[in-house]
Design a protein around this ligand. Structure first.
Ligand code: AMP
Ligand code: GLY
Length: 432
């Protein structure tokens, strides 16, 4: 069968690679893909943007694809699944109504309070005067969030009330994020350790993926501005069995049941960003209606279950009968980024060191790359590559990932040198 992947980043390269490994899959189309997907066996890029929903539906119909998997949130929030369904096409992901969980932070917060899902205390505002009154009486630090999608940049952690006021003004005036900031959420700042929890849902059954964790800050030691993620690893040792059980019971199950009860049944990948406090209590920071990027890269490197079978089971409501199998070895993925990221970056730099045989359990997933007219692979975005490796320990996986990183270069390339440091510290403590 043919399948279609929508998107063109590192997560979509990993999804296309995993689908192409399935014996059931004859061809994976990727729209628009990148230089990495262009180079995979059984994978073909099609020059259609991830948000051109009518053209994507036509592509799926023309090629009679068995199903489509959507990587990024924007087409999901815009209703790609609804359009595909109306056209009789199978498309894995939430409908626009269910994707509001990511598309509107105000909706997500209201939903969590209706269903008793633990999260930070909050208020929602679309009026600056009211926001100002509230902030002036609150205690810093505060977190100010644009309601709508803002490419992961719509969150300000304000250490002072002045900073919170400024963020609220910039968002509500439309200056910061346009339409997405016309409504804001002001919430309590939570402390603790962040953890990603990613599951796949078929409308009813929730199956957790292996645990994973990303590193959002740009610089070593988890410092510097927040990014989409500078690297990730799986499993995340903080996620023990007791916490897993609690997150399923207190967060994932009530979320999926609550959405169904509100007439928005959820199908697809569901990602809860959690803060785990000192006493081990989980609270939801955000929901994403998709796999994480870069979490998907080390996760899919560890997935032993046929990914096409997993997608079909989710689409057909058969997840209860599916047992996911994972590679026992941990995986670490290190993002190589372009100078300037997470701000504006220069594109078109030639990337050296990509060729050559890959070692077992080592894989370079492309994010922002493109093929130049002469066939060279060039940079085409902020997060350019994610070098992933399996290892017998997290320490070994990290070493192998950085060995691959060391062989690659372009002008302005940078990366963090401490991806997975939390997991390695825990591994060393456990090893005595
Ligand atoms: P979000 O898009 O809501 O996940 O926010 C992006 C990042 O901001 C999260 O990954 C956290 O690092 C941080 N963040 C969001 N909400 C809070 C909060 N209430 N307290 C502390 N940090 C937060
Ligand atoms: N790595 C975080 C995200 O995908 O939102």
């Amino acid at each position: 069968m043919k399948v279609l992947v929508v998107g063109g980043g590192g997560r979509e390269h990993a999804m296309a690679w995993a689908l192409a490994r399935s014996a059931q899959v004859s061809e994976v189309l990727v729209a628009p893909g990148n230089a990495g997907t262009a180079g995979e066996a059984k994978v073909r890029n099609v020059g259609i943007g991830a948000e051109d929903i009518p053209a994507l539906a036509q592509l799926a119909r023309e090629h009679e694809v068995a199903f489509t998997v959507v990587g990024p949130e924007a087409p999901l929030v815009a209703g790609i699944v609804d359009t595909f369904r109306e056209a009789g096409l199978q498309c894995l992901g939430p409908t626009a109504a269910a994707a509001e969980l990511e598309g509107s932070k105000a909706f997500a917060k209201g939903f969590m309070s209706r269903h008793g899902i633990p999260t930070a205390a909050y208020e929602t505002f679309d009026d600056l005067e009211q926001a100002r009154d509230y902030i002036c009486q609150a205690r810093a630090p505060l977190v100010v969030k644009a309601d709508g999608l803002a490419s992961g940049k719509g969150v300000e952690i304000a250490e002072t009330l002045d900073h919170a006021l400024l963020a609220a003004e910039r968002m509500l005036s439309g200056e910061a994020f346009g339409e997405a900031g016309q409504r804001i959420v002001v919430e309590e700042c939570l402390r603790g350790e962040e953890l990603s929890f990613i599951a796949v849902v078929d409308g009813e059954t929730v199956v957790s993926m292996a645990s994973s964790q990303d590193h959002k800050p740009r610089d070593d030691g988890d410092r510097g501005p927040n990014t989409g993620g500078m690297g990730a690893y799986s499993p995340a040792p903080l996620m023990d069995e007791a916490l897993h059980e609690r997150v399923m019971r207190e967060v994932l199950q009530p979320t999926v049941a609550g959405l169904a009860a509100e007439g928005r049944p959820y199908k697809g990948f569901l990602y809860a960003g959690l803060m785990i406090d000192e006493d081990g209590n989980p609270r939801v920071l955000e929901f994403n209606c998709r796999l994480g990027d870069p979490e998907a890269q080390p996760l899919l490197l560890r997935l032993c279950t046929d990914f096409a079978e997993l997608c079909e089971a989710a689409l057909e409501g058969r997840l209860q009968a599916l047992d996911l199998a994972w590679e026992a070895r941990p995986a670490v993925g290190v993002v190589m980024a372009a100078a300037g990221y997470p701000g504006a970056v220069e594109r078109g730099r030639v990337i050296r060191g990509l060729a050559g045989p890959e070692c077992e359990g080592v894989k370079v997933f492309h994010g922002g790359t493109a093929l130049a007219a002469d066939g060279a692979v060039v940079t085409n975005g902020g997060r350019v590559l994610c070098c992933c490796a399996l290892g017998d320990s997290v320490t070994a996986a990290q070493r192998r990932a950085y060995e691959r990183v060391a062989a690659i270069d372009w002008e302005g390339a940078f990366y963090r040198s401490d991806i997975a440091h939390h997991a390695i510290r825990r591994e060393q403590q456990a090893g005595g």
